[in-house]
Write a protein that binds this ligand. Structure first.
Ligand code: BGC
Length: 765
């Protein structure tokens, strides 16, 4: 039965209201039995159910129920498949129903600013469009089961180093275009039941106290209507939080902060209305949970394990495949080398850590094929063991192909701290080098949540990035290696050649608690492509056992006004001899030469995963709105589309755009916000009609046709003068006007130009 929320709020005492705004324990909201309000359980998330029955913790230390570990965010993003992630979400939602969990704590969508972030394995991408699209699919799936999500960690939580106190310092444009954008589409379109605010500060204000983020943007602009929950222990000033729009504190504060709320209301620091708003929001979600309960749901671990394997096989990214070293010949002897072949690394550490009810290894899943095995290295330390390498080399020599299972051991990446470098353990690099010497057909399978440097890349023929692909990783890897499944994952992040190439390298982790995001919007491929830098593997890259051609990009018109939808079509053909899936990627290339704003040379604005039989062609269609072309203007505090020619280009990687078309976009002229003595003549001339006002002064500069003879002066001198004039401030009329212009005239001119600007802005409204 539905709760009568206004009536319940009316009947609650001040103490009960304050109490409802914090957890009952580590995982539950408080219940109010006499008012018919039950407790509601929240559980991690994001790639499995970490339901703890006994002692709760947020670091994955204590046990949780046996569950199914699905591929982590680093992997699922690489599928570029919204429907696949939705299916995973649906399965997780059903598991929550079976276990009476009301809210699953995920998806985690923070941007991968640096390969070093300890939690990158949980996050989706360096690109906000991918992150938000995948999150939207996940939310749709979970919430279709009447279970809520908590999209997290809102926002700018991009490192683990000092994560509970650091301040992410950035300008508005960077926040809007990159760090907020990762949440925006998912929130606007899929209406998550809850949002989890981050631990860190944003421009010095704790995320939990950030009214601009939690109220103005999240609710005001994006229409969020659920409750905001603190990350576990993210509360600093409980009263400031409530005023900012942070409703539920988790976990419980043992009554301490509830008392602060009561006191604040009593002394008038906090209004009852604000408290009632938070209480109402929490009750609304508890009510949704009650109404959506499905007591018949069954947690079928075997079925979900199968699904986890199916998903995993769609996520892995084939990075290199020289001489068709893959797929493996099922009849020939293959050496599986490396401890991860027997005991894979398939998930990360911390709050997302799942107590997997079973884990399958590649070795076990390849038992029907002629496979020999040698361990090659230990995972408990980074010691190069000559005898283990010698054994592996011997096995490699006996085999047609050597497949080395390498990657990051648990201690190398986890929630709670960042990676120290971007390298694999030395013992694994040594193994790869030695095996590659012994067998020309060497393939490396990588397990890990983030890019690694590959000093041996030219010595091996194949690299398969298996990421952290969940408990069924073994079966999925074997399916890909032997060609039972055609690889179709693409990178949702760039693999730089070395860590120092990463745009955040100089300012990552910051100085003390202050982390300036100095690279601004130039995150990931936005930086590498703009700088035309070589990388190890570009964003969007991923191979298949077949080949594809992406061609004939067309648009429904040649020119548009910014309010119109741009419809783009592009053809994709399977040009090889196997059925396969391709990720068609669409990028927007803004006009060049604008000095109003610095933009990356390309931004992803659409993707679609398409399955094709050999020889088959399909057409993919994208609909783009003005946001695709816009940038966020720090001056205007709004999204702006600049008038100009934009190029739309498609391909199967950010570095392989094979078809493109330019369109004309009628947006805004970028005008100065105010004219002063310092405004340059070039900027003034952007205003229609300004040239006329400047005309009387042209003679002073020798620019009017009457006073100077262009032919006599020579065309190039005239051009030079005009170019120099562009950067001359109005006050320059006094110094360089040959004494013909007075200060009074300059002031009048400024006034007239401002009037003109004002009337122009009025017309634009
Ligand atoms: C993590 C969250 C997690 C919470 C509960 C926090 O430390 O940052 O992602 O949901 O703990 O375990």
């Amino acid at each position: 039965m539905a709760m009568n929320i206004p009536e319940i709020v009316k009947q609650m005492t001040l103490e009960e209201k304050a109490g409802l705004c914090s957890g009952y324990d580590f995982w539950h909201t408080k219940g109010l039995e006499h008012l018919g309000v039950p407790q509601m359980m929240l559980s991690d998330g994001p790639h499995g159910l970490r339901k703890q029955d006994q002692t709760g913790d947020h670091l994955g230390i204590n046990d949780s129920i046996k569950a199914v570990c699905f591929p982590a965010g680093c992997a699922t993003a690489s599928s570029f498949d919204r429907a696949l992630v939705e299916r995973m979400g649906k399965a997780l939602g059903n598991e929550c129903q079976a276990e009476d969990v009301g809210v699953l704590l995920g998806p985690a969508v923070n941007i991968k600013r640096s390969p070093l972030c300890g939690r990158n394995f949980e996050y989706y991408s360096e690109d906000p469009y991918v992150a938000s699209e995948m999150a939207a699919g996940f939310i749709k799936g979970v919430q279709s089961q009447n279970v809520g999500v908590s999209i997290k960690h809102f926002y700018a939580n991009n490192q683990e180093h000092r994560r509970m106190s650091s301040s992410s310092v950035m300008d508005k444009r960077t926040a809007r275009e990159i760090y907020l954008a990762a949440f925006e589409t998912a929130v606007r379109e899929e209406k998550p039941w809850t949002v989890m605010c981050a631990y860190n500060r944003i421009n010095d204000v704790y995320a939990a106290e950030n009214r601009n983020a939690l109220t103005d943007i999240l609710r005001g602009e994006w229409g969020f209507d659920g409750f905001v929950v603190s990350d576990w222990g993210a509360v600093n000033d409980r009263v400031a939080d409530l005023e900012a729009g942070m409703d539920l504190e988790m976990p419980c504060s043992f009554g301490e902060r509830d008392a602060e709320i009561v006191k604040a209301v009593r002394c008038g620091r906090l209004s009852m209305e604000t408290l009632d708003t938070a209480v109402t929001r929490i009750l609304t979600i508890v009510d949704r949970y009650v109404k959506g309960r499905n007591p018949n749901a069954v947690f079928d671990r075997d079925a979900d394990h199968e699904l986890a394997r199916e998903i995993a096989a769609q996520c892995m990214v084939l990075l290199k495949n020289e001489d068709h070293v893959l797929p493996l010949d099922k009849t020939k002897k293959v050496a599986f080398l490396g401890a991860f072949a027997e005991s894979p690394r398939y998930q990360g550490g911390g709050s997302s850590h799942i107590n997997s009810y079973k884990v399958e290894s590649a070795l076990e899943m390849a038992k029907d094929y002629p496979v020999i095995y040698a361990k090659g290295y230990e995972t408990s330390d980074d010691v190069i063991r000559g005898e283990l390498i010698a054994e592996a080399v011997q096995a490699a020599k006996e085999a047609e192909t050597a497949v080395i299972f390498a990657g990051l051991p648990d201690i190398f990446e986890s929630e709670g701290y960042d990676r120290e470098h971007m390298r694999l353990p030395d013992c694994q690099n040594a193994l790869i080098e030695a095996v590659a010497q012994a067998n020309p057909n060497t393939v490396v399978v990588l397990h890990g949540g983030s890019p690694v440097e590959m000093p041996w890349i030219h010595e091996v023929k194949g690299v398969l990035e298996a990421y952290l692909c969940g408990q069924a990783v073994g079966g999925a890897t074997v399916q890909i290696l032997y060609g039972n499944v055609n690889p179709s994952g693409h990178l949702a992040e760039t693999f730089p050649l070395k860590l120092e190439d990463n745009p955040s390298y100089l300012s990552y982790q910051g100085e003390g608690d202050r982390v300036e995001y100095r690279e601004g919007v130039f995150v990931g491929y936005r930086y590498y492509t703009t700088k035309k830098m070589p990388v190890l593997f570009p964003f969007g890259h991923g191979l298949s056992y077949t080949t594809f051609a992406i061609s004939d990009l067309r648009t429904d018109k040649a020119s548009y006004s910014q309010e119109e939808t741009v419809t783009v079509s592009v053809d994709v053909t399977n040009t090889g001899d196997r059925t396969g899936k391709e990720v068609v990627q669409l990028y927007m290339l803004p006009p060049t030469g604008s000095d109003a704003v610095l933009r990356p040379v390309q931004e992803l604005c659409g993707f679609e995963k398409v399955e094709l039989q050999p020889g088959e062609t399909k057409t993919v269609t994208f609909q783009l709105n003005r946001r695709t072309f816009a940038y966020f203007s720090n001056q205007k505090h709004d999204w702006v589309v600049e008038t100009g020619n934009y190029t739309l280009a498609a391909g199967n990687s950010s570095a392989a755009l094979t078809t493109q078309k330019a369109i004309a976009m009628q947006g805004e002229k970028i005008l100065p916000t105010e004219i002063t003595m310092d405004t340059t003549i070039g900027d003034v001339l952007r205003i229609d009609g300004a040239a006329k006002l400047l005309e009387p002064y042209a003679a002073a500069f020798g620019l009017s046709s009457g006073s100077s003879d262009e032919n006599a002066m020579g065309e190039s001198t005239a051009d030079m003068m005009e170019a120099m004039m562009k950067y001359m401030p109005i006050r320059g009329l006094l110094s360089f006007g040959g004494g013909e212009v007075t200060a009074k005239q300059c002031k009048t001119l400024v006034k007239e130009l401002n009037n003109l600007l004002e009337s122009f802005s009025q017309q634009m409204k």
